[in-house]
Design a protein around this ligand. Structure first.
Ligand SMILES: Cc1cc2nc3c(=O)[nH]c(=O)nc-3n(C[C@H](O)[C@H](O)[C@H](O)COP(=O)(O)O)c2cc1C
Length: 199
């Protein structure tokens, strides 16, 4: 039953994603909102790496926006042989082989991991990253991007695979990209970032 629901959901979301790309309306405020550091975050600066996988444009947009805000490095995960993740693998909690990274997560004070939710689960390439590099990560924060699944459910799974509790986490909904001013998204990201500096 769950499998049938997953397949139906996949068909629905894939169709929606295609429509967004065509209309170019999914991130309407892209160049309108400004992110600047909050002075309350203070110093010292942390060395931060943002690791993510994105099949569409949403998780990539969040990762790039955070990188600008935090002065962080970016690592976009790519799959071995460019093979697309499968929803079945996501459903069953399987990993998918990823290519070697450009950056070494062990060199960073904080690693932020961005996961587009698939089938109420971690997407397979992000799962592979968490499993492989979790032990070397000093400190972790997580963000999810989803159609509606609650972030805490997915973050719990990410923490378990990575072996690191979140210093901060947030969840972005696809609907946040449609909100014209971008304020909801801005607040989510600023609150998320504030979490790194209060520890
Ligand atoms: C195959 C597939 C399965 C998905 N499963 C879920 C899900 O279980 N829960 C949810 O809230 N969103 C689900 N989504 C929606 C995506 O998480 C969401 O659209 C996200 O923004 C995609 O990120 P991206 O543009 O970086 O790929 C699914 C999307 C796809 C394509």
């Amino acid at each position: 039953m769950k499998l049938i629901l997953c397949i139906l959901f996949a068909v629905y979301t894939l169709a929606s994603a295609e429509e967004d790309t065509r209309s170019g309306a999914s991130i309407s405020f892209k160049n309108k909102i400004q992110f600047t550091r909050d002075p309350a975050w203070g110093t010292p600066e942390k060395k931060i790496l943002i690791v993510y996988y994105s099949q569409g444009q949403n998780t990539g947009y969040i990762a790039e926006t955070l990188a600008g805000l935090l002065g962080a490095d970016l690592e976009r995960l790519t799959t071995r042989n460019g093979k697309k993740p499968s929803i079945i693998s996501a459903s069953f909690g399987l990993e998918q082989a990823i290519n070697d990274l450009q950056k070494n997560p062990a060199d960073y004070d904080l690693v932020i991991i961005g996961n587009p939710v698939w089938s109420w689960n971690i997407i397979p390439p992000v799962r592979a990253f968490l499993k492989t590099y979790g032990p070397a990560i000093k400190s972790a924060a997580y963000f999810t991007v989803a159609g509606g699944t609650e972030p805490d459910k997915i973050v719990k799974k990410m923490e378990a695979v990575c072996g690191k509790s979140a210093v901060s986490f947030t969840g972005i909904n696809d609907a946040d990209f449609q909100e014209k001013s971008g304020e909801i998204l801005r607040k989510r990201l600023m609150d998320f970032a504030a979490g790194f500096y209060q520890k």
